[in-house]
Write a protein that binds this ligand. Structure first.
Ligand SMILES: [Zn+2]
Ligand SMILES: [Zn+2]
Length: 317
């Protein structure tokens, strides 16, 4: 029979998130029921809660970086049993019929190595796969030179994963005070992107640039950091359009610009296994769910090192 589950929801674009209750049905044959232990806070949650992409259905319970413990499984589930640690990310179902869906047949619950801290692992489900997927797509490996633009929720995962793939990582940032953290996470160099002399010294050096900055910035200056045939991939979802791109910056040097979203379920599992092998988790600040509205405001000011994660035990309080 359906059970009442506690939740925090937005009821409209201008209302803060508040306590509520949602009804959950019993697990079907292929369902896995989990008790959520930790949930990361992504900028997309805020966009969704405030209907900034004009597609929100209210009440809206945001969250897509979820790690939990299995409490019940449907009759045909064989990959999970009660007590296992499991994770759910940005995808929970799909049409399973279109060409993209037919490329993968995996189910939507993911395995997390119990040796990883479950709170630090939560952001891997969005920030981790969003950075891992393009690094794999462009074959980043030992000896690759990778620039990561921005050291936020996405950027700090990009630095860690690119370093673990064997790349020489350069962080591009506007804040000199992030240099120490970037080096601890695996960056070899830090370039202050608003310093023209430093940018000129590094022009043409990068094989690949992972650009995680969503705020408007000088994309042409970043393109100039690519070598011939280099690619810059945009992963930060902008609130407003970036300044125009100067096509000459791509014509000279045959440089490419691209974008990437998350990744499929198969690749997300591959990323979780890679992170377990290399002991990679997110740098997090744990909050009780009652502080979520405050966390959204701090996230807007980039006042977090480097991802908020909700301790869901606080929902019972
Ligand atoms: Zn996200
Ligand atoms: Zn489909």
């Amino acid at each position: 029979m359906p059970s009442a589950t506690r939740a925090f929801a937005a009821t409209g674009p201008t209302t803060p998130l508040g306590a509520t209750s949602v009804s959950r049905r019993d697990p079907l044959a292929s369902d896995v029921e989990i008790e959520i232990l930790f949930c990361g806070v992504c900028h997309s949650d805020l966009h969704q809660a405030r209907n900034e992409w004009n597609n929100t259905v209210y009440p809206c319970v945001p969250g897509h970086e979820i790690v939990g413990r299995v409490t019940r499984t449907g009759a045909s589930v064989s990959k999970f049993k009660k007590g296992d640690i499991a994770a759910v990310g940005c995808l929970v179902d799909s049409c399973r019929e279109c060409p993209s869906c037919r490329e993968v047949t995996e189910e939507f619950v993911l395995r997390i190595d119990p040796k990883l801290d479950p709170a630090g692992a939560a952001p891997l489900l969005c920030a981790g796969i969003t950075t891992y997927s393009p690094l794999r797509e462009w074959d980043i490996n030992k000896g690759s030179r990778v620039g990561v633009v921005g050291l936020g929720g996405l950027g700090h995962m990009g630095v860690k994963i690119a370093h673990a793939l064997g790349a020489h990582v350069t962080l591009y940032t506007t804040s000199a005070n992030k240099a120490e953290d970037a080096k601890r996470m695996g960056a070899s160099d830090v370039v202050i992107s608003k310093d023209p002399a430093q940018m000129a010294r590094n022009a043409g050096k990068q094989d690949f640039i992972l650009n995680t900055v969503s705020a408007p910035h000088d994309i042409n200056a970043m393109l100039g950091q690519l070598r011939r045939d280099g690619t810059m991939c945009m992963v930060g979802a902008p609130d407003k359009p970036h300044p125009p791109v100067d096509v000459f910056g791509m014509i000279f040097g045959r440089r490419r610009m691209s974008g990437s979203l998350i990744g499929g379920i198969k690749e997300t599992q591959e990323m979780l296994d890679f992170c377990a092998k290399h002991n990679i988790v997110s740098d997090i600040e744990i909050i009780p769910i009652q502080k979520i509205n405050e966390a959204y405001e701090r996230m807007l000011k980039s006042d977090v090192k480097y991802r908020f994660v909700i301790d869901m035990a606080s929902l019972k309080g």
